[in-house]
Structures are given as C-alpha cells and as structure tokens.
Ligand binder design. Structure first.
Ligand SMILES: [Zn+2]
Ligand SMILES: [Zn+2]
Length: 110
C-alpha cells in the first residue's frame, strides 16, 4: 500500500539551517519541487519551533545551498508577534525584545 514512499524520499532534500539569533543548527527536509519550482532563489520561512525557539527566513538557491538569512523586523524572533503598521520601531510590542539589536549583537559575535 505504501510503495510510493521510496519516490517521496527521492523528491526531498535535506538542508542545514542555522538560526541567526542563537546559532542553533538543524537539518530540515524539504520537497525538492518547492525549491526548483521557483526562480533563482527561494525565501523560506522557518517557523518557530522548527529549528529553535526563534523564527526567521532563509534564502535557498537552486542547488539547495543557503545563500543567506533575512531579517524580518516585522516579526519578533522571540515570541513570533507581528508588529503591524509600525516600520519605524524595531522592538516587539508584546515581549519588548529589541529585534534589530538582537540580530546585530549575534552577527557581530562571530
Ligand atoms: Zn534561535
Ligand atoms: Zn516578542
């Protein structure tokens, strides 16, 4: 009944993601079609809990290599709260995290 399982496995790719905030590394499995369908680069949203307790965006190229990570200052990486109509302020209204500082601090550490 589950003979298709083998084909499904061949159509997925494992990509190593590293959280920009806490540097947690985790390998996640993606359907290849999800990446090959799009243009040169795919921006993937990593939900809270997939890699670590933060949420972030990763840019993946057609060879399934990570080109970079995107800082989304609209969404708090700590609690996932989305700050709307408020592009001038980069802190979370819910938990008070300074989102820009959080990323800058960790980018400079390495
Ligand atoms: Zn993290
Ligand atoms: Zn927050």
């Amino acid at each position: 009944m589950t003979e298709n399982n083998h084909d499904i496995n061949n159509n997925t790719v494992k990509i190593d993601f590293i959280c920009s905030v806490c540097k947690t590394e985790k390998r996640l499995e993606f359907p290849k079609i999800y990446i090959t369908q799009s243009k040169e680069l795919t921006t993937t949203s990593i939900s809270k809990g997939l890699v670590c307790k933060h949420q972030f965006q990763a840019i993946v190229d057609k060879n399934y290599q990570i080109r970079g990570y995107k800082i989304n200052t609209d969404i708090c990486p700590e609690c996932g709260y989305r700050t709307e109509n408020n592009t001038q302020r980069f802190y979370c209204e819910k938990c008070g995290t300074d989102i820009l500082k959080l990323f800058q601090k960790n980018f400079h550490e390495s």
